[in-house]
Design a protein around this ligand. Structure first.
Ligand code: UDX
Length: 447
């Protein structure tokens, strides 16, 4: 049993804290946000993540997990202090390090004995050393020592608990082998591969991994766009490419591009880090541009299907950046819906979980429906932005029947092209073979 404090109860901090408690450690999760801590103390979880509420409640009841705003006391009561605060994107595209630095100051002020300070936030290379300087400068007792470790997080929203409990690797970066061994020991119950390296390389691994995955997505989206022009099918192309074990079949799902709290922020941040280091990362800049443009392929397809959008009613299915989360950060819906409204369409949206979060960010004239079927009824077109299970399994016969014009623009390739055609939809998806019956379909609905 180790005594751990996790500073920051955002996504990463809360999930890691709960999982460390789950494997038998005593964990104090702290945050300066009183509202969040109050919620957590009432067993209410500020984010939507399947299974998290049960895990938090269970570990709280067994006395292994505590929540507090008393960051100083929590630091003093622990041997390992994890920094898991946010590193949002600043206006320049750089990671905003304000919260990391303030956590480091606090740790220095409350360093009452040797501690291992572990960075879990995604931070530019060199931050570990910076944290070391800040802790050193704020120490009250000069004779007390500490170690710095980088232990980046790779969990995905929506499957965060199983990603954490069954992690496929732990990256541990430190210049002190003893500190690295303690963190390795902490990970033993996860039965995972441990890769130990220096501080800077561990920090770089996180950025390199995320930007590589983002590159895979932009690459397959570019291939999808070409497939449409030359009559190839991106799903077959991705499947064929993926058979090469050097490429691998994962993260080759064409669509409207990546969103979320990590890929957009980390791609910008690494491009910035490279620029600052005197290297122009042209490839990554192009990945970012490709992703920014990709969400608007939806608009081109809508225009092709409907002509103009003025006066048209469009159903938007899925608002979150991906299924099983209510996270709206960098969600494609946030750019697509205002564009639809600007072109004169009315929008009725549906999302099983993220609708409330979305309504705070989207223009007030968006209407919200209680189901996919309700959103689609009477519409001139339906646009699929997130592949939620209840969107993928919606009643297609009812949908076809209730739409004024059966145009479906599927930004996530949820349905089989041939089946959609057979059911009489005018179906557009991403990078798949042109809809053979498009002309026939158009005639039959008198477009
Ligand atoms: C990602 C990384 O996977 C994780 O390791 C890191 O710690 C944080 O960032 P997350 O943002 O939760 O996790 O979601 P992920 O499932 O990776 O998807 C990111 C985005 O890429 C989503 O918008 C998703 O729709 C998109 N995506 C993913 C594709 O468009 N195609 C794919 O093949 C895979």
């Amino acid at each position: 049993m180790k005594k751990i404090t996790v500073i920051g109860t955002g996504y990463v901090g809360l999930v890691s804290g709960a999982c460390f408690a789950e494997i038998g450690n005593r964990v104090i999760c702290c945050d300066v946000d009183q509202r969040k801590i109050d919620l957590l103390n009432r067993n209410e979880i500020p984010i939507y993540e399947p299974g998290l509420q049960e895990m938090v409640t269970r570990n709280k009841e067994q006395g292994r997990l505590l929540f507090t705003t008393e960051v100083g006391e929590a630091i003093e009561a622990s041997d390992i202090v994890y920094i898991a605060v946010g590193t949002p994107m600043s206006e320049t595209g750089e990671a905003d390090m304000r919260y990391v630095m303030s956590a480091a100051r606090k740790i220095g002020e409350h360093l009452n004995g040797h501690k291992i300070i572990v960075n879990k936030s995604t931070v530019p290379v060199g931050t570990g050393e910076l944290v070391r300087e800040v802790v050193q400068a704020n120490k009250k007792y000069p004779w007390i020592g500490f170690d710095i470790v980088s232990n980046p997080e790779f969990l995905r929203e929506g499957s965060a608990l199983s990603d954490c409990m069954n992690m496929d690797r732990a990256i541990i970066g430190s210049d002190n082998p003893e500190a690295a061994s303690v963190i390795e020991e902490l990970h033993a119950p996860f039965k995972t591969k441990v890769f130990k390296t220096d501080l800077e390389s561990a920090e770089m691994i996180k950025y390199a991994a995320n930007t590589f995955l983002a590159t895979k997505i932009s690459f397959i989206n570019a291939i999808a766009n070409i497939c449409e022009k030359v009559g190839a099918d991106v799903e077959d192309v991705a499947a064929g490419m993926g058979l090469d074990s050097r490429i691998g079949g994962k993260f080759l799902q064409a669509g409207i591009g990546y969103g979320g709290s990590c890929f957009p922020k980390d791609t910008y941040a690494l491009a910035h880090i490279a620029d600052k280091a005197g290297y122009e990362f042209e490839l990554l800049k192009s990945v970012i541009r490709t992703n920014q443009k990709q969400r608007f392929v939806i608009m081109d397809k809508l225009r092709e299907a409907l002509g103009g959008l003025a006066g048209k009613q469009v159903a938007v299915l899925g608002l979150a950046f991906k299924p099983n989360t209510d996270d709206m950060r960098e969600a494609p819906s946030l750019s697509i819906i205002p564009e639809l409204l600007k072109l004169g369409a009315t929008v009725r949206a549906y999302d099983p979980i993220a609708a409330e979060a979305a309504s705070k960010l989207l223009p007030g004239d968006v209407q919200y429906a209680a189901s996919a079927e309700q959103a689609v009824a009477g519409s001139d077109a339906c646009v699929i932005l997130t592949e939620w299970a209840d969107v993928v399994s919606m009643d297609l016969a009812q949908i076809r029947e209730s739409m004024k014009v059966p145009v479906v623009i599927d930004g996530r390739n949820c349905f089989d092209t041939a089946e959609m055609e057979r059911r009489g939809f005018i179906y557009y998806s991403i990078g798949r073979r042109p809809v053979n019956r498009l002309q026939e379909g158009r005639k039959s609905v008198n477009l």
